[in-house]
Design a protein around this ligand. Sequence first.
Ligand code: GDP
Length: 426
Amino acid sequence: AGDTRGRRHDSQDPLKRFTDAKLQMRDIYKDLEECVVDLSKFYHAEGDDDSAHKFVPAKEIAEVARFKESILTIKEMFNRDKMKVVFFGRTSNGKSTVINSMLHSKVLPQGMGHTTACFLQVEGGSENERMLQIEGSDAKRPFAELHNLGHALSSGNSATSALGTNALVTVLYPKASSKLLQNDVVLVDSPGVDLSPEFDSWIDKHCLDADVFVLVCNSESTLTQAEKNFFLRVAKRLSRPNVFILNNRWDASSSEPEQQIEQVRNQHMQRFIHFLVDELKSCTALECKDRVFFISAREVLEHRLKDKGDVERAYEQDGYPRRAKEFTSFETSFERCISKSAIRTKFEAHDRRAREIISDMRDNLDAVTNLATREKQRLKLNFELKNREFLECRKAFADFEHRYREQQQRIRQEVHLKVSADFHEE
Ligand code: GDP
């Protein structure tokens, strides 16, 4: 189970491509580990004085032990790899509502009286698992405490008052409940950028491994300097960060005449383009149409809850269909962008490391083969017989190498190229 060899990777769903790439990576490292374990067993095998392992120098033996360790570390790493998106914006712009809309559920507390006082990271847990985990403690807390945690700073709640705005609370929510959680996307809500921001420590702790940033703005006001400053700092640390801008509460414009709505929209759009292209250098002017969206998270969330039968009536204003369509366009662009970025930043490094280990392993085998050949001549014994085990090991490795090269090509062609092709189709 879980073996992707021979499986066709023609998924059209960008999020699935990340999970496919993860499975392929798992197969590659499984094969690689088997080879290394075999070689290590062989190097350590008990035997006669003239058995092959006697020729293996300590350096080569130690190197194989290091390969084993590296492989274990990398396996743990990519099993933990996720696609990460962080949401920023001022308090009450609708960050929590956007996240809930994308999850089709009211996972995070939202509302005028509610402020997110620390970083809340939503990720998929097992079936029926609704829990919280506060950083620094392994204990799982009841989901119902989430509302209080959000208020931790203002209420001085004793259990959580030590949490600063930079603290992280992980919200484990059943994977099956949403496509995003199922496919290893984690969504991080942040404290409002207007709340005593500690930008640099926020960036160090929560943003360096983010694949995508979403700035949630309020369409009733303009982009504030605090919002801009935060992203300008991010762009100093990460070159060309993937930034989406959601101009939320666009339903508020619905009572205005059509012509005026377009005018306001264009005005906002010009400012956003200037910000993304000239100030942040995050994308080109052409790409902005896939980065800036005019939406109403509240309408989308309520309609999605209604579709699930959670509420009877959904809030909506004139012009809802266009805003709803724009929200799904945002989701499509977002999914492509996050999957492409995560495959590139997370798996390319693992792939490179696998190639390095293979090349080092080849050198290791060559060194031992040369030594064994020399020793064989020196001893002038009928060595071939004893040496057969080693030759078999070498052959198994050569087979693996061949299979790996094929796998690799598949990853390159079917995953990377496909993802980038999708982008260039746009
Ligand atoms: P946050 O502080 O940025 O997380 O903001 P919340 O998601 O808690 O939203 C603050 C309030 O704005 C809530 O009462 C939401 O229902 C409301 N809200 C969010 N999005 C919209 C929207 O698109 N339109 C309208 N009219 N209200 C919204």
